[in-house]
Write a protein that binds this ligand. Structure first.
Ligand code: NAI
Length: 343
């Protein structure tokens, strides 16, 4: 199989070269993103491999199928950038549902601790030989309540980490897990009771702008919001307003709703056009990392291995455990009990 891989960064290459060589899959690496203007690079390939900010909309799917591409392998968990309904019957779409929930959950905790203990401020001060402590007073996590929205793989690892810190855990999930050792509460109650809110649910129509003006109003004064999931779970303007009004105590963002044109690129020396992001970054209580929660050696290796396995499954059987289709998306059981091809 020949696969055109888009939005490739130097850290992606070793894993895909290793597992590609082992499996006989030839990867063509492109640093450009997949979209209507670049889909032609996949001409002559059997498949494409894409990441979070590549576009697989109806127009791109039509182009790819015209070039004979049969499979799209996402090297990430989320798939909100894919028109699954249009792909059905045209392009088989696979994703990597679980590579390392620890990578993301540990990054969420890293952001949280950095923020509430002002490590980001102290780091800059001591680099400048400023050893003053004024303004660096933090607070302890022990005894505080963390509200976890989405208690899947990552949310549960994050819950375990928080448990280790002696926090009280409450959660909200559309499909609560009885064995999660989490006290489930309605979403509004979670907003009202939490000292820290961490988002770990997927971005869907339902969860779009889950943090908005009215949910911020319900939150405790001083709440810390952590988002390592998808940017559009938060209405950025509502977040900014909540911060300006001193309602939100801190925000830790690994994702941003308009990140597509910004993250993963070097804009130092350029003028950022996104005023909301620029304003958020000026805030002393906002920490932004550019979608790096997944970026560990373990996760990169796991992603490459799982993506290659998905492609081999497809080559051998025309199907695989981690194929996504809009029907499977609707019927959870379908994914687990699938015995036949999606189409
Ligand atoms: P998962 O599928 O194991 O868990 C998601 C949970 O969200 C499930 O328990 C599901 O029932 C729940 N959920 C679905 N709809 C919901 C709703 N409307 N309200 C509340 N909960 C809902 O997924 P996993 O592996 O834990 O990943 C979570 C998210 O993390 C992904 O969707 C992805 O967007 C994000 N992610 C971010 C990364 C990063 O580098 N920042 C890397 C990997 C994933």
């Amino acid at each position: 199989m020949k696969i055109a891989m888009f939005d490739v960064k130097p850290y992606d290459v070793p894993g895909f070269e290793k597992y590609g060589a082992e499996s006989g899959i030839e990867f063509k690496f492109y640093d450009t993103r997949l979209g209507e203007d670049t889909a032609a690079l996949a001409r002559g390939c059997d498949g494409v491999c894409l990441f979070v900010n590549d576009t697989l909309n109806a127009a791109v799917i039509d182009q790819l199928t015209e070039y004979g591409v049969r499979v799209a392998a996402l090297r990430c968990a989320g798939y909100n950038n894919v028109d699954l309904e249009h792909a059905f019957g045209r392009l088989h779409v696979f994703h990597v549902p679980a590579y390392s929930p620890h990578a993301v959950a540990e990054h969420a905790m890293a952001l949280l601790l950095t923020s509430i203990r002002r490590v980001h401020k102290a780091y800059i001060r001591t680099k400048d030989f400023n050893f003053s402590l004024n303004g660096l007073t933090g607070f302890e996590l022990h005894g505080k309540t963390v509200g976890i929205v989405g208690t899947g793989r990552i949310g549960r690892v994050f819950a375990d980490i928080c448990r280790g810190f002696g926090m009280k855990i409450i959660g909200y999930d559309k499909f609560p897990a009885p064995d999660a050792r989490i006290e489930y509460v309605p979403l509004d109650e979670l907003f009202e009771k939490s000292d820290v809110i961490s988002l770990h649910c997927p971005l869907t129509k339902e969860t779009h702008h889950l943090v908005n003006h009215s949910s911020v109003e319900r939150m405790k004064k001083g709440v810390v919001i952590v988002n390592t999931s998808r940017g559009a779970l938060i209405d950025s303007d509502a977040l900014l307003e909540g911060i300006k009004e001193r309602k939100i105590g801190a925000a830790c963002l690994d994702v941003y709703e308009e990140e597509g044109d910004i993250f993963f690129r070097d804009f130092s020396g350029h003028i950022i056009a996104d005023d909301t992001l620029a304003r958020l970054i000026t805030m002393p209580n906002v920490i932004v990392t550019s979608h790096q929660a997944f970026l560990t050696e373990e996760a990169l290796d796991g992603i490459a291995a799982a993506t290659v396995k998905n492609l081999l499954d497809f080559e051998r059987d025309g199907m695989g455990e981690h194929e996504l289709c809009y029907r499977c998306g609707r019927m959870e059981e379908c994914r687990r009990e699938r015995k036949t091809k999606c189409f």
